[in-house]
Design a binder for this molecule. Structure first.
Ligand code: NAP
Length: 339
């Protein structure tokens, strides 16, 4: 039976799967939440999204996740988290939520192949780093091009490094990278910075940091890894080749919240607005990780937020006595498992 047939059959039959909690997203926040809710014996469905495991699936070694003194590869860490959630009964499906209905409870979530119902929903869809969209960016991702200095900085000891951007992240990352790199060049498209004064002062005072104003990165060159970055002056089009072993792109993140527009309160940048702890503007809908947190954005902090949100979900369900397993006519036979 095709995915479309399966979905049509489940909708037509009216037998929609009902869960205590559905977790959307499978980064550290989602998987950690899944471990906690399933261990608390809540009937848990985890819908992984289009990139199961999230941003860490595209990272190489993770050196700063506690418990792994010799580091661990991002994909291995995420597979471990998934197995840990499944061990306690969470059902993980590799599918993408394309529509949500938070207007009534149980809430309804539609994926590419199925419609599910849940008493509570926990959103852990994360954020995606903005890309430059230039030649070489994809090819050199993980081979000199990075979107996270905290994650990858220590791999660039003694290298010349280029950072793109003029916001808080770019300046904070550039300052952090001077601990490892021989030199750090900040390439910014204007001649004034968006970053806070304190971060600007720190960067200006740092002898290893140099600014290249009015420039944009147009190409990345190298063979096995990045060897140089090509920039162009926005005023006169003059092109320059800067030898560098690393390019850190710090031009902001976009939260993955487009499907929640009009259903939940989002801030002007699209991040979910929390109403105390992990609650959102809709009672029974919670959020955790980079989808609301634009400040820390670490695997360990996302995991921590996931844990907190799972405990909030558990408490809320208990107080409201919403338990899917207590309901009659529960049908879970049509769960699509891809694992
Ligand atoms: P941001 O404030 O949106 O800044 C993005 C920067 O990248 C801007 O300077 C922008 O240039 C530049 N940019 C955007 N698209 C570009 C492109 N295609 N090519 C070249 N340059 C491009 O993002 P952020 O720095 O990641 O900060 C996000 C939020 O987190 C902010 O609210 C920030 O205050 C907060 N944050 C706070 C801290 C802290 O307090 N320690 C640390 C990190 C982040 P223009 O200036 O020309 O638009």
């Amino acid at each position: 039976m095709s995915r479309t047939d399966r979905r049509e059959e489940s909708v037509n039959s009216g037998k929609l799967s009902l869960y205590d909690v559905i977790i959307i997203g499978s980064g550290p926040a989602g998987y950690t939440a899944g471990i906690y809710t399933s261990r608390a014996r809540l009937k848990t469905l985890l819908i992984t999204g289009s990139l199961p495991g999230g941003q860490l699936m595209t990272t190489s070694e993770v050196e700063n996740y506690p418990g792994f003194p010799n580091g661990i590869f991002g994909p291995e860490l995420m597979m471990n988290m998934r197995q840990q959630a499944e061990r306690f009964g969470a059902v993980a499906v590799d599918d993408e939520v394309i529509k949500v209905d938070f207007h009534r409870r149980p809430f309804e979530l539609t994926t590419n192949i199925e419609t599910y119902k849940a008493e509570a929903v926990l959103i852990c869809t994360g954020a995606s780093p903005r890309k430059l969209g230039i030649k070489g960016e994809e090819i050199f991702a993980g081979r000199g091009v990075s979107y996270c200095a905290t994650c990858d900085g220590p791999f660039f000891k003694g290298e010349d490094i280029v950072v793109v951007g003029g916001g808080d992240t770019a300046l904070e990352e550039a300052t952090f990278l001077t601990k490892f790199g021989k030199s750090v060049k900040i390439v910014h498209r204007r001649d004034s910075l968006r970053a806070s004064k304190i971060l600007q002062d720190k960067a200006f005072e740092n002898p290893k940091i140099e600014f290249l104003w009015h420039n944009v990165v147009i190409d990345i060159q190298g063979s096995k890894k990045v060897a140089s970055v090509v920039v162009s002056d926005v005023n006169n089009g003059k092109v320059k080749n800067i030898p560098a072993g690393g390019l850190f792109v710090a031009i902001g993140h976009d939260p993955n919240t487009h499907i929640f527009k009009g259903q939940l309160e989002l801030d002007e940048k699209g991040y979910i607005v929390l109403k105390g702890n992990s609650s959102t503007s809709i009672e029974g809908v919670f959020a955790a990780g980079d989808v609301h947190d634009y400040r820390y954005r670490q695997a360990i902090t996302a995991g921590g937020f996931g844990c907190m949100a799972a405990l909030d979900v558990e408490k809320w369900l208990l107080e409201h006595q919403h338990h899917a397993q207590d309901r009659e006519n529960l049908d879970t036979s049509n769960i699509y498992r891809s694992t």
